[in-house]
Design a protein around this ligand. Structure first.
Ligand code: AR6
Length: 179
């Protein structure tokens, strides 16, 4: 599905974050050390090749909510933006830290003149954030920052399964109806 939020095209698709060929940047749901891990981080590092870990080394560690940028190496994308989501119930306030991930990733992309960026559902895997709650935070923070972006015009959410896609679509429809 595709919707306009504050002049930005927000797209929801089901798929693999490491296979977004038409996006200039993809976001990694990273670990603090910016090393290869499971889930999204595993897929992105495998797709980019070992040069990505080497490029990440001087940038680590990062804090929850922070975002840093590298090249995409063997990925189809020019850039990877690495952000560390909060661990649900541990890193507090979780909702603000998760919103910071989206806000800081978008501001960093915009500062690099990036026009298109794809996000996974940060913190909703190994870090345990409930998906519906995380989706609300993600879409609201994108809506809040959209007016400040000069270059980013397309934001894609890449959901891994049919259920996650459905949850995110429902939340987005509801938020747009309420606003
Ligand atoms: N493409 C899109 N979404 C995916 C993919 C993929 N290839 N693989 C998983 N997801 P996670 P987190 C979904 O665990 O919760 C890592 O090990 C997944 O179903 O990747 O922020 C790191 O090293 C879930 O909905 O990220 C960190 O230690 C969402 O992406 C830690 O996990 C995020 O799942 C980060 O945990």
């Amino acid at each position: 599905m595709e919707r306009k939020i504050e002049g930005i095209t927000l797209e929801l698709v089901q798929g693999d974050i490491a296979a977004q060929e038409d996006m200039e940047a993809v976001v990694n749901a990273a670990n603090a050390e910016l090393k290869i891990g499971g889930g999204v981080a595993g897929a992105i590092h495998r797709g980019a090749g070992p040069e990505l870990e080497t490029a990440c080394r001087p940038l680590a560690p990062i804090e929850p909510g922070e975002a840093v940028i590298t090249k995409g190496f063997k990925l189809p994308n020019d850039y990877v933006i690495h952000t560390l989501g909060p661990v649900y119930g541990r890193d507090k306030p979780g909702s603000e830290l998760l919103a910071d991930c989206y806000r800081n990733s978008l501001l960093l992309a915009d500062g690099e003149s990036i026009e298109s960026i794809a996000f996974p559902a940060i913190s909703t895997g190994a870090f345990g954030y409930p998906k519906q709650e995380a989706a609300e935070i993600a879409f609201r923070s994108i809506g809040e920052i959209a007016g400040e972006l000069n270059n980013v015009s397309k934001v894609r959410f890449v959901l891994y399964g049919e259920h996650d896609y459905q949850v995110h679509s429902n939340v987005l429809e509801r938020i747009l109806q309420d606003s």
